[in-house]
Design a binder for this molecule. Structure first.
Ligand SMILES: [Zn+2]
Length: 392
């Protein structure tokens, strides 16, 4: 996804910078904390709370995965196929290294100051990196990939592989191009790259992905996918952002036929429910006689006025929008959405699409009419409904 990125500074020379150590052209180094290996750090994805304020465990998991991605691809490009062992070992930051080193870091996975110095990097310039952005700089036998966050470090690895000629045209192996090269030392790079758009990917509301597809997305620095997918930790590890929502909010969180969740004082039968936080409105009572007070029976005024009558026509993603000028209806809708986002199936979501009903008709009550047309509801609102334009 090169067009979405702006290279601010690029100097690249593929000339040899350092002689290769016999057997191990380069060592990948990073601080994985208590993890015994990059495999262990990468495999810890399911044990991590990806939503809490502790970013260190998230970062070690993603950078462990990034180190493995780098190792596997470097072996395919440069490796001696006669050897079963990797020629690009992954070690801690304090390990003695005889040949070149590629060091990974981000704010939570620190790079030793002497390594930064050897690569010609100052800590102050790295502190300004934005999320998803990264810096790659090499000097002699040291190359540092440093992300503004964990995802930036992962993207830095993919940038390096891209510059070495690797292409992921499609998720399948036969759509992956990995060139074969002789090791000639570290490429000499001074690169800073960041995304021009925060999200890049697909509006997918179903769990239609698979592991190969998610690898392909991350490798091409695509990051927008759906919370409807099952394996959230695997997606978070790869820097994918999960979205949710759509047209179904009113059906799911203000459905006229759902039971009213509060103890409405005029209704006999809700004593076991919480106190009603809303003022009484145009109470209808148990109109359908099913013994349950529904939202529309408790508060018909919350729903859209169409042709002089309140409409409870909210089915799936279509119908008549609720009365959006009613603050209590909006409060109840938002309360239920917040519960879903905090403890429900959307709790891992990074963003939400809030759309009204698909092609939904708007409420015609005086207050809603005063707010302007549906088209003007999100822009500057006129004080009165604008006159219908006539055309020649
Ligand atoms: Zn209204």
């Amino acid at each position: 996804m090169q067009p979405a990125y702006a290279a601010l500074l690029t100097v690249m020379t593929l000339a040899a910078a350092a002689s290769a150590a016999a057997g191990e052209p380069a060592t990948i180094q990073l601080d994985l904390g208590a993890h015994a290996s990059a495999e262990a750090a990468s495999a810890a994805e399911a044990d991590i709370d990806w939503a809490d304020a502790d970013l260190a465990d998230d970062a070690r998991c993603t950078l462990g995965f990034a180190a493995l991605e780098l190792q596997q691809h470097l072996d395919r490009i440069f490796g001696d196929r006669q050897q079963a062992e990797t020629q690009f070992p992954i070690r801690g930051p304090g390990a003695e290294v005889s040949g070149s080193r590629i060091v990974l870091g981000c704010p939570q996975v620190t790079v030793p100051p002497d390594v930064l110095r050897r690569a010609g990097l100052r800590p102050e310039e790295l502190a300004d990196l934005r999320p998803q952005a990264f810096r790659i700089r090499s000097a002699g036998d040291v190359l540092v990939i440093y992300g503004g966050d964990r995802t930036g470090a992962l993207y830095g690895v993919y940038e390096l592989l891209d510059r070495l000629g690797v292409r992921w045209f499609g998720p399948e192996e036969h759509n992956t191009h990995v060139p074969r090269r002789a090791w000639e030392g570290l490429p000499q790079l001074d690169v800073q790259v960041g995304p021009a758009f925060a999200t890049r990917g697909f509006w997918a509301w179903e769990d239609r992905g698979n592991p190969e597809f998610f690898d392909w997305m991350a490798r091409n620095r695509l990051n927008f996918w759906t919370a409807a997918e099952d394996n959230h930790p695997a997606l978070k590890k790869r820097g994918l952002l999960l979205t949710c929502g759509g047209h179904l909010h009113q059906s799911r969180y203000l459905n006229p036929r759902d039971p009213y969740p509060y103890d409405y004082s005029e209704f006999d039968g809700g004593d076991d429910k919480p106190d009603d936080p809303y003022p009484h409105g145009d109470y209808l009572g148990d109109v359908n006689g099913d013994g349950v007070l529904s939202y529309c029976e408790a508060h018909p005024e919350w729903y859209g006025l169409r042709g002089g009558e309140r409409s409870f026509n909210i089915h799936g993603d279509g119908g008549d929008n609720y009365c959006t000028s009613n603050p209590h209806a909006t409060a109840e809708l938002m309360k239920n959405i917040v519960v879903e986002l905090s403890t429900g199936e959307w709790r891992d979501a990074d963003s939400i699409n809030f759309w009204m009903l698909d092609g939904g008709k708007w409420c015609e009550c005086d207050e809603c009419s005063m707010a302007g047309s549906g088209a003007s509801a999100t822009s500057a609102r006129p004080s009165v409904r604008p006159p219908i334009a006539t055309c020649c």
